[in-house]
Ligand binder design. Structure first.
Ligand SMILES: Cc1ncc(COP(=O)(O)O)c(C=O)c1O
Length: 386
């Protein structure tokens, strides 16, 4: 290898290694161990088209992909014979797909989603050109059911498409499906579709002490989950699952590759299904539960420590995300914290160390201890100056 290329690769690797250790503000697990899959990097792998239909191109990992989908079907209490899905490029694609299926099911439908929903959903709705209304959120990030009720009531003649969050981006809030379904019943809405965005928490919620209703047995039509978040695949990916009747509505046969064109993209990643398969084989459902319990414990520890120094922080009961008042720019940069308005958060994903939480708390504490000598115009402005 050319010496310059080698040097640049080394620098890139070192920088990424440091940055991987340091972040606390993103829901990407850090306990990665995928060396066993390295030899596959020298192979063309392509899961073109429908996972359940072989193509004329035999260089796929579709069998492993189907095993991954079957694992998720079981976890999310879907009947395998009436469920379909595929491994996506991430949570955003799964949401796009769910909304696409919803639009095909109800071309005159109206989408309802909360203001705490991930930013990509607005863009997806724009791409799909579906009429939509943003519903207010409660303080904790959960849907404001009263606002939803009033908004739906005024449009009860229209098919309703509910975009439900199981773990919002900033506060990991859970929209309660029971309450949404109660509104459907109240206004006798016959045509409706429920899509769940479970990017981070869709894979943890089955293990909550108080399991929310959010899966296929509870009546959803589709769900999107990210594979690089809680599970920790090192390349962005995800899983979308839906009722088969919906995917069949959009399926078209393509003679060129002899498979079905059910997915958003044609050529699809064959490496990420292998990563998910490998991770899930190693963890199993019990391993996932253990990871969730450990993450929850760490989040509870972080919250206690922050509250002990009097720092403004809180979390939703079963969340691994701790919401805190936005710290100084320096601290946000040091710990790679995601910020929205005056709010930041830390996400206690697997691989985050207690010592990192302690370091953050100590940094926040030392800043809190500085006595201002004059009237502060605002907490943040002065801390940034300081
Ligand atoms: C709630 C929620 N939905 C969707 C997404 C997008 O997922 P991805 O980054 O896998 O496309 C995110 C990402 O953070 C998210 O938090």
């Amino acid at each position: 290898m050319n010496a310059t290329v080698q040097e640049v690769l080394k620098q890139e690797f070192d920088r990424l290694t440091t940055m991987n250790v340091g972040y606390l503000g993103y829901p990407l697990s850090k306990d990665l161990s995928y060396e066993a899959l390295a030899p596959f990097l020298n192979l063309q792998i392509n899961n073109v088209g429908d996972p359940y239909t072989p193509s004329s191109l035999g260089i796929d990992t579709k069998e492993r992909e189907i095993e991954v989908l079957t694992f998720f079907s079981r976890l999310l209490r879907a009947a395998p014979e009436t469920t379909w899905g595929y491994v996506t490029n991430g949570g955003s694609e799964g949401n796009l797909y769910g909304l696409y299926l919803a639009r095909e099911a109800f071309p005159n439908g109206m989408v309802y989603y909360s203001e705490s929903t991930h930013y990509s959903v607005k863009k997806n709705l724009h791409l799909l050109n579906i009429p939509n209304i943003v519903i207010r959120s409660q303080e904790n990030g959960e849907l404001d059911y009263k606002d939803l009720d009033q908004t739906v009531r005024a449009r009860r003649h229209k098919p309703a498409i509910f975009f439900i969050n199981v773990g919002t981006t900033m506060t990991e809030a859970i929209d309660q499906l029971d309450k949404v379904k109660a509104i459907v019943r109240k206004y006798a809405i016959k045509d409706y579709y429920i899509h769940v965005d479970g990017a981070l928490a869709g894979v943890m919620a089955p293990f909550y002490k108080n399991r929310p209703s959010f899966d296929f047995a509870d009546g959803i039509d589709s769900i999107s989950i990210s594979g690089h978040k809680f599970i920790g695949a090192p390349i962005p990916c995800g899983v979308v699952l839906c009722k088969k009747e919906h995917s069949e509505r959009v399926a078209k046969s393509i003679s060129y590759v002899k498979t079905k064109d059910t997915t958003i993209t044609g050529s699809r990643n064959g490496f990420t299904p292998l990563m998910l398969w490998y991770a899930l084989k190693n963890m199993g459902a019990l391993g996932l539960r253990k990871r969730y319990n450990e993450s929850l414990e760490l989040a509870e520890y972080a919250l206690k420590r922050l509250q002990a120094i009097g720092y403004d922080a809180w979390k939703n009961p079963q969340a691994i995300t701790v919401v805190l008042k936005k710290p100084t720019m320096e601290i946000c940069q040091k710990y790679q914290l995601a910020v929205q308005d005056d709010m930041a958060h830390i996400i206690c994903v697997p691989g985050v160390e207690k010592s990192q939480i302690d370091a953050l708390v100590n940094d926040l504490d030392s800043i809190c201890l500085v006595e201002p000598e004059f009237e502060l115009p605002s907490f943040d402005a002065v801390l940034v100056d300081f």
